[in-house]
Design a protein around this ligand. Structure first.
Ligand SMILES: *Cc1c(COP(=O)(O)O)cnc(C)c1O
Length: 340
């Protein structure tokens, strides 16, 4: 039996032996009482890494973003966000459903940014007809693309000048940092809050963190509790995250190199338009009608991928060059067998 090459997401990784060992030996307390030493250590470390006053360990990135929006906004407020952003499109409408906070989605530019003029004209005047524009939500990386540092600076300066807070969904912030060579603190600098994920490319089984000012994090702690995210001996999971920060950050460049290798190997296949990856996500456009058949064909070859509108592969800790070569061969095979 050939091993499965699972390129559906960088969330599919299994904790390594070293990570499991760190989890098993971590000193624990009760984090709802605030006395789990492993959680405290991780939160302090994350706050320092991101250049913020405080941080809060969260069960998931979705909950972290939700808690961030609810800590910035009240019922009847709105957040400005991209059509493709996770905080708008992929979180089941949580901010609206649970927070009474309305999203104001905007179309993205080609590079994934939200045009500053578009942001500015979406900010509503103080008028009883309108929701109160309160927050700008950006994402980095977005669909594997790194948002330029100068853009992030300009967008957060604009938000601030208009009295808006700004939140960065940095589920893959480490990928952005490793790919661009920019420090985490520089990327995070203009934002009032930043959310990061340990369960994506960093390879932890569970966990995110939200960082910001101390009073913001105090509010976030209450919303996290209300959302059911106050966990007890959660140092078990914080230990995995801490281990990931020690061992799985710099190696992200290997994932980026594999993604690049895959995009090259898929190049030149007629019927497939491959986007050059900036980090660990490879997208390819093809006739949408072919997607289900292609995904099924890949699965029969032990290669797992996803695709709603486009074919998507994500590289991570648990794939290697052999797996990438198998994935590319399976795609090539499908197109050479007259399916076009
Ligand atoms: C994965 C992801 C999240 C959070 O997802 P969870 O599965 O809830 O941890 C948030 N934002 C982005 C951009 C993501 O990719």
């Amino acid at each position: 039996m050939m091993p499965i090459v699972d390129l559906r997401s960088d969330t599919v990784t299994r904790p390594t032996a070293g990570m499991r060992e760190a989890m098993m030996t971590a000193p624990l307390g009760d984090d709802v009482f605030g006395d789990d030493p492993t959680v405290i250590k991780l939160q302090e470390r994350v706050a320092a890494m991101l250049g913020k006053e405080a941080a809060l360990f969260m069960p998931s990135g979705t909950q972290s973003n939700l808690v961030a929006i609810m800590s910035h906004c009240a019922r009847g407020d709105e957040y400005i966000v991209g059509q493709q952003a996770h905080t708008y499109r992929w979180e089941a409408g949580g901010a609206a459903v649970l927070g009474g906070v309305q999203p104001q989605p905007l179309e993205h530019e080609e590079d994934g940014t939200l045009a500053l003029e578009r942001i500015e004209s979406a900010i509503k005047p103080d008028d009883a007809h309108f929701a109160r524009s309160r927050l700008l939500c950006l994402e980095n990386t977005l669909g594997g693309r790194v948002m330029p540092l100068r853009y992030l600076e300009a967008a957060t300066v604009l938000a601030k000048s208009k009295g808006l807070m700004s939140h960065l969904d940095g589920a893959r912030l480490f990928n952005a940092s490793v790919a661009s060579g920019e420090q985490l603190q520089s990327i995070a600098a203009g934002f009032d809050s930043v959310s990061i994920c340990f369960s994506k490319g960093l390879g932890a089984p569970v966990g995110s963190a939200l960082a910001g000012k101390s009073d913001f994090i105090a509010r976030a702690r209450r919303w996290r509790k209300m959302a059911g995210g106050g966990l007890r001996q959660v140092g078990l999971l914080a230990a995995a995250a801490d281990y990931a920060l020690d061992h799985h950050v710099r190696r992200l460049s290997l994932d980026h190199a594999l993604a690049s290798e895959l995009s090259v190997a898929l190049g030149g296949i007629p019927g497939l338009k491959v986007q050059v990856p900036q980090t660990n996500i490879v997208f390819a456009d093809l006739d949408k009608g072919l997607l289900p058949g292609l995904l099924e064909h890949l699965q029969s070859r032990g290669v797992l991928a996803t695709g709603v509108d486009r074919l998507r592969f994500v590289t991570h800790l648990d794939v290697d060059a052999i797996g990438i070569a198998r994935a590319a061969a399976a795609v090539r095979d499908y197109f050479s067998n007259d399916h076009t």
